[in-house]
Design a protein around this ligand. Structure first.
Ligand code: 5GP
Ligand code: ZN
Length: 120
């Protein structure tokens, strides 16, 4: 598995070659605001390494994915999602063509905020 794909838009965002509105960063994970938000809060949570999709996750990645899931509640709270149960948030990971994936670098959409939303 390549750690970065030179043709991948999200690898370019990780490398700082394409600007993004960052919401969180650590050694392994980057979170930034979706350029075309569906909801009042719409973040993209990505691994810095180039994993293509949820269909490409290996056992070596499980701890990283666990950390990504563990961050969700903190990201939601810090970026404007209202508290559970009246607020809450939605996590989506489109996978493959039939799954609606457009960017082939694993990402979780983290969406929330007052309804109605543009989509979803
Ligand atoms: P997918 O359809 O692959 O699940 O979602 C890809 C998401 O990436 C879309 O919601 C799209 O708006 C977002 N996106 C695509 N290119 C860029 C970009 O250059 N910057 C940011 N911030 N978001 C992007
Ligand atoms: Zn990539």
């Amino acid at each position: 598995m390549m750690s970065a794909d030179p043709n991948c838009i999200f690898c370019k965002i990780v490398a700082g070659q394409i600007p993004s509105r960052k919401a969180y960063e650590d050694e392994e994970i980057l979170v930034f605001h979706d350029i075309n938000p569906w909801a009042p809060v719409h973040l993209l949570v990505i691994p810095k390494i180039h994993i293509i999709s949820m269909a490409h996750v290996k056992p070596d990645h499980h701890a990283l994915l666990g950390r990504m899931m563990g961050l969700m509640q903190q990201l939601a709270a810090e970026h404007g999602c209202n508290p559970y149960p009246d607020g809450g948030f939605r996590i989506v990971s489109n996978t493959g063509k039939e799954g609606g994936q457009e960017v082939h670098h694993l990402h979780f959409h983290l969406m929330g905020g007052p309804r109605p939303w543009a989509r979803g």
